[in-house]
Design a protein around this ligand. Structure first.
Ligand code: IMP
Length: 431
């Protein structure tokens, strides 16, 4: 009964889309379980280059059923736009279903997100501005609008009437913003409901039938576990749980049904937005190499176009991610980005004042003060992008990967050496 959760194990942007696209043709169901269109998954395959924000990466396989799960927050206009774009590129979107229970991002969430960021000034989080914090806050506050509400005129009107009054009070009184019109919002979201009516459904029976039949299921993560609202670098986090527990909750599958928890890591680290990054390289030739500017894999955010911050592989954070999520298999992406470096550093521990520590401190202020302790390894200085077998990799590259696995304590599954679907080295099968 293979149910694999593929989770980002750093600060997001680890290349999950590439891996899920690769695995999707072995799965009958792909379920996106959390986050919203703050995510951006780049998929390169024989159909073209695609930037997905909400649609699960299994959409390219005509036999795969794709589900946007209950833990996802959906901006309907973004989803409709994405589906139209996919359709215009000849992709069949008829097997995409959206959980009725998924919460809907409303324009007041996006506005609130941006106004809050402005008000935070120098303490801003660097959010993607997609309304993620406010929509999850409203969900917990029990004042959200769910996908199912868009399908029922009276329910939508009733919910909006209650919710909007309070929202407008907040926006006008606290931020001096213009209020939203109940009539306009109602008409617009009813129309979105009509456009998405074939997709919004109760996904529970679909998922549980697939479990009963032992179909292979892939749970597709978004963001990364270092952005987890409980365990990430709070407050510089997203507002959902992107890890294994979030996968179960967001997909509606109990933890004992997971057969594998796959953590996706880049061969180095990147981060977008503010927040601590102990191994960050701000400038210099090594930072330039990791940024890959001008190349197809440049470190530029898929969603916001912001330059990603870059740095050496941080095994302290990586091990923490393994321990928090019971990651059993790891995927290392973008190994080829390191191809030209003469030496490569890996952070194995942190130093805080005169003490060596093996876990990240829970406060940002203290985490900002730690000094990484590095182990330096020789680079391989030759191209790896054509290699498909682990033992064909240069010895230094094999040692680098083996050292990462040893430091973080999980078995190796896949290494990616380029953006194309086939640019992978499969060491242990996931399904
Ligand atoms: P939010 O999720 O838009 O509220 O942003 C909160 C933080 O998470 C910011 O630092 C974002 O840059 C970061 N973030 C959110 N989604 C992603 C993602 O998909 N990849 C990388 N960083 C993300």
């Amino acid at each position: 009964m293979p149910v694999a959760a593929v989770i980002g194990a750093q600060w997001g942007d680890e290349g999950k889309g590439h891996i899920v696209d690769l695995l999707a043709n072995q799965a009958r169901l792909v379920i996106r379980y959390g986050g919203g269109n703050n995510a951006g998954h780049t998929v390169v395959n024989d159909r073209g280059v695609f930037k997905l924000h909400l649609t699960p990466s299994g959409i390219f396989d005509p036999n795969t059923v794709n589900i946007i799960g209950s833990g996802v927050v959906v901006d309907p206009s973004a989803l409709i736009g994405e589906l139209n774009e996919l359709k215009s590129q000849g992709i069949d979107t008829s097997k995409l279903f959206v959980s009725e229970r998924a919460h809907i991002i409303m324009p007041y969430h996006t506005l609130q997100d941006n106004l809050q960021e402005q008000a935070r000034g120098a303490s801003k989080i660097g959010t993607t501005g997609r309304g993620i914090g406010p929509v999850y806050a409203d969900k917990m506050d029990r004042s959200g609008i769910r996908a199912v509400d868009l399908l029922h005129e009276e329910i939508l009107l009733g919910r909006l009437r209650v919710v909007l009054e309070e929202k407008n009070r907040l926006l006008t009184k606290l931020y001096n913003a213009k209020p939203f019109s109940l009539h306009d919002l109602y008409m617009q979201y009813l129309d979105y409901g009509r456009q998405l009516a074939d997709h919004i459904t109760d996904v529970h029976p679909i998922i549980h039938r697939a479990l009963e039949k032992d179909f292979p299921i892939l749970l597709e993560g978004a963001q990364g576990v270092l952005l987890d609202v409980d365990y990430g670098t709070y407050p510089y986090v997203t507002s959902s749980p992107p890890g294994a527990a979030g996968a179960c909750q967001g997909a509606g599958i109990g933890p004992t049904r997971l057969s594998s928890i796959v953590g996706v890591y880049k061969a180095y680290n990147t981060r977008v937005g503010e927040g601590p990054f102990p191994t960050e390289l701000e400038e210099g030739p090594e930072a330039d190499t990791l940024r890959q500017i001008g190349k197809p894999w440049a470190e530029v955010g898929t969603t916001t176009g912001r330059l990603r911050r870059v740095g050496w592989f941080d095994a302290v954070m990586a091990r923490y991610a393994v321990e928090l999520n019971s990651i059993d298999t790891i995927v290392i992406t973008k190994l080829d980005v390191l191809d030209s470096l003469p030496t490569i550093k890996v952070c194995t521990r942190y130093k805080l004042h005169d003490t060596e520590i093996e876990y990240p401190p829970s406060t940002t202020t203290i985490l900002n003060r730690v000094e990484p302790i590095y182990e330096e390894m020789p680079g391989w200085q030759t191209s790896t992008s054509h290699i498909r077998e682990f033992y064909d990799l240069p010895e230094e590259a094999q040692e680098y990967v083996a050292r990462i696995c040893q430091l973080i304590g999980a078995r190796l599954g896949i290494i990616s050496v380029g953006p194309e679907r086939d640019q992978v080295i499969i060491v242990n099968k996931i399904f």
